[in-house]
Design a protein around this ligand. Structure first.
Ligand SMILES: Nc1nc2c(ncn2[C@@H]2O[C@H](COP(=O)(O)OP(=O)(O)OP(=O)(O)O)[C@@H](O)[C@H]2O)c(=O)[nH]1
Ligand SMILES: [Mg+2]
Length: 453
């Protein structure tokens, strides 16, 4: 299990909160303490831990919770979001241009896992349908070529190298040229790692890079280093921009959490993680998915979805307006502004448990005209906004003049309003009144995923 120890400590902390009788300041403080302990034990940088847990505490206690979800569910979401944020939000794919030979120079200090992970990556990319070739340019360590060749053979990936070549730059160039002539799509160049002599290593990396002009330099970092891993990431990145990082040996390492978070903090994109010695043990790194797995809750996804749905709820005033059957121009605009366009009526309906489809013409007209309509409505009086029926010919002229639009624009807005209103009315009739989740007295206790109460 990847980061098994950290995962189970985080899982336990969250479970404890979910089981507590009330989620008050004391319970959140307890959670924060448990999280701190778990993260520090995984060698996550102490400042990072303090910042992170402070944010979790503040957000958990201060932020308003949308109707329909409990504070405890909200706290779990906050923990999830904040943990994800220290691992970097975005998933950055490997730079790859179809139709040409993409050259990847793989670097890193001795024993970090370059050779093994080149073959792992080759295997992954081969599975994605690309042609692969690996190049042995580690002329420093005896037996390096044989190791790469053996692993590559087993994965049925072509390997180019010459065990007699002593010049790494020449070896790299020859290999790249060989695969380019064959139009191989992915060329992975294995280089030497040296202990302690980081400067010499970086110099060699720069020389090889100059000679073969890689599309991306991939740095392989040993995850067992914990937060020290970031020093390497920084040193290499300062010498030449690192396009991708592979953090290896996260299986069973107690300090893997520290390595991942520290490397992410340098801004370097972690694109893959090594999770074992076998050739299949390489995963694309996706922070959101990773944290979900780390927290290890079977129904985690459904809980997050529930919070998301609740937060996307239309605001209470609009819900009330719909409930009462009173739906003014102001309501319509407020709703459009809050949610972007009339397509959101669809969202409201599905949240009300009504599967009606909003007619397409309603959606399109609205999003196109939103800005214009806002201006038009500014030229209307309060009275008109509350009661659009008052707007007849002369008022239409006045509103159009005042807003610098045409009377037909005003008419179109009114038509849209009438359509929306009619639509809502039909539904109300069919259902005999609307129910709004989260509105007092309107709906029974909603079923929560197991283990979340
Ligand atoms: N447990 C575990 N071991 C790994 C992982 N990746 C690599 N290793 C092991 O780490 C050791 C070193 O891996 P190599 O691929 O030879 O490392 P290298 O960076 O090429 O080393 P040099 O060529 O000497 O610089 C090997 O025993 C690998 O099996 C991983 O994700 N998990
Ligand atoms: Mg090697």
């Amino acid at each position: 299990m990847v980061l098994g120890k950290l995962g189970s400590a985080l899982h336990q902390a969250v479970q404890k909160l979910l089981r507590s009788a009330v989620v008050d300041e004391k319970a959140v403080k307890e959670l924060v303490k448990d999280l701190q302990r778990a993260l520090l034990q995984a060698d996550v940088n102490v400042h990072l831990v303090m910042d992170l847990t402070k944010r979790i505490e503040e957000r958990s206690l201060k932020e308003a919770v949308a109707p329909g979800i409990s504070r405890r569910e909200y706290v779990v979401k906050v923990v999830y979001e904040e943990l994800t944020s220290i691992l970097g939000q975005k998933v950055v794919p490997l730079k790859f241009t179809p139709g040409k030979s993409n050259i990847y120079l793989v670097v890193g200090i001795q024993g970090s896992g370059k050779t093994t992970n080149i073959v792992k990556l080759g295997r992954l990319l081969k599975k994605e349908g690309h042609s692969i070739g690996v190049v042995a340019a580690d002329t420093f360590r005896p037996g390096a070529y044989d190791q790469l060749k053996q692993l590559a053979d087993r994965a049925e990936i072509p390997c180019f190298g010459d065990s007699k070549e002593k010049d790494s730059i020449k070896a790299a160039k020859k290999g790249v040229k060989h695969y380019q002539s064959q139009k191989t799509e992915v060329i992975l160049v294995d280089t030497a790692g040296r202990h302690k002599d980081e400067k010499g290593l970086i110099r060699e990396m720069q020389q090889i890079a100059k000679a073969i002009k890689p599309d991306e330099i991939i740095l392989v970092v040993d995850g067992t280093l914990g937060q020290q891993a970031s020093t390497q990431a920084e040193a290499f990145n300062a010498a030449t921009p690192i396009g991708s990082i592979i953090v290896t040996k996260l299986d069973g390492s107690a300090r893997g959490g520290g390595a991942l978070s520290a490397v992410a903090a340098t801004g370097a994109p972690i694109k893959y993680i090594g999770t074992g010695e076998k050739t299949k043990d390489l995963e694309k790194f996706q922070p959101t998915k990773f944290v979900g797995q780390l927290l290890g809750m079977a129904d985690f996804e459904s809980l997050l979805q529930k919070v998301k749905d609740a937060e996307a709820m239309p605001d209470k005033d609009l819900a009330k307006a719909l409930l009462s059957g009173k739906f003014t121009l102001k309501d319509m605009m407020g709703q459009m502004e809050a949610m972007g366009n009339v397509g959101s009526i669809q969202k409201i309906l599905s949240m009300l448990g009504l599967g009606y489809k909003v007619p397409d013409e309603l959606k399109e007209v609205a999003s196109e005209n939103l800005e214009k309509w806002k201006v038009i409505m500014k030229s209307m009086t309060e009275e008109e906004l509350e009661n659009p029926k008052l707007i007849r010919s002369s008022r239409t002229q006045r509103i159009a003049r005042g807003s610098g639009t045409q009377p037909k624009d005003v008419k179109e807005l009114l038509k849209q309003y009438q359509q929306s209103k009619k639509f809502i009315k039909t539904i109300r009739k069919r259902r005999g009144g609307l129910k709004i989740p989260g509105m007092p007295g309107m709906i029974g206790d909603q079923k929560l995923p197991r283990g979340t109460r």
